[in-house]
Ligand binder design. Sequence first.
Ligand SMILES: Nc1ncnc2c1ncn2[C@@H]1O[C@H](COP(=O)(O)OP(=O)(O)OP(=O)(O)O)[C@@H](O)[C@H]1O
Ligand SMILES: [Mg+2]
Length: 212
Amino acid sequence: MRYLGAVLGAAGLIGEVEAGSARVSALVGAVKSYSYMDEAPLQEVDVNEGLESTLAVLAYKLDGVEITREYDQRLPRITAYGGELNQAWTQILDNAVDAARSGRGPEERGSVKLRTTCERDGVLVEVSDDGPGIPEALRGRIFEPFFTTKGVGEGTGLGLDLSYRVVVGRHGGDIRVESRPGETRFQVRLPLAVEAPGDAAGGAAEGAVEAR
Ligand SMILES: Nc1ncnc2c1ncn2[C@@H]1O[C@H](COP(=O)(O)OP(=O)(O)OP(=O)(O)O)[C@@H](O)[C@H]1O
Ligand SMILES: [Mg+2]
């Protein structure tokens, strides 16, 4: 009897270990694809996939927020710094989720919408939320480093500064924001390929790979 108990206990434990390691390997897979681990920084990037792996990494934050996706399935791959772009998506999504939650009780669900479309010479990524909006007087300052309206310990004001440097500085793209109470939309445009060496460390070496 004791033997049986030990066997069953061990079987249960093994089951748990298996489930646990399946969860861990799913997470490791998401983080690998999120960070482009083991890959060159300049990549052929599937932007829809980058948004998905960013959502997977941010999953712990998404409770109570409805996420809708409208991905263009024919979106061309772009030549870009994939890991850096995912950091920009992280920051923009993080803000959208905060906004969608703000001012709402635990029962009310805010929503965040992701949309991608193909444009003539690049791709457009839109992240919209139904939060309170950004007052017009502050709109010109949100990309400044350390500008934050969040409380101490909640925000450092570096998220959009980082996003701007990645999108505009590194990729020659563009970020715009449209906002009114109940609807804020960040629009990120990226060219099909990085044209000039980026401005951050290592940019010169990488620029040699693809300077068109
Ligand atoms: N989707 C949004 N809706 C409303 N306000 C926004 C939104 N995105 C950004 N903001 C405003 O822009 C400010 C700057 O954003 P940023 O991401 O740079 O910093 P943060 O979110 O405050 O802090 P951190 O990102 O460093 O944690 C925010 O504090 C907020 O006031
Ligand atoms: Mg932020």
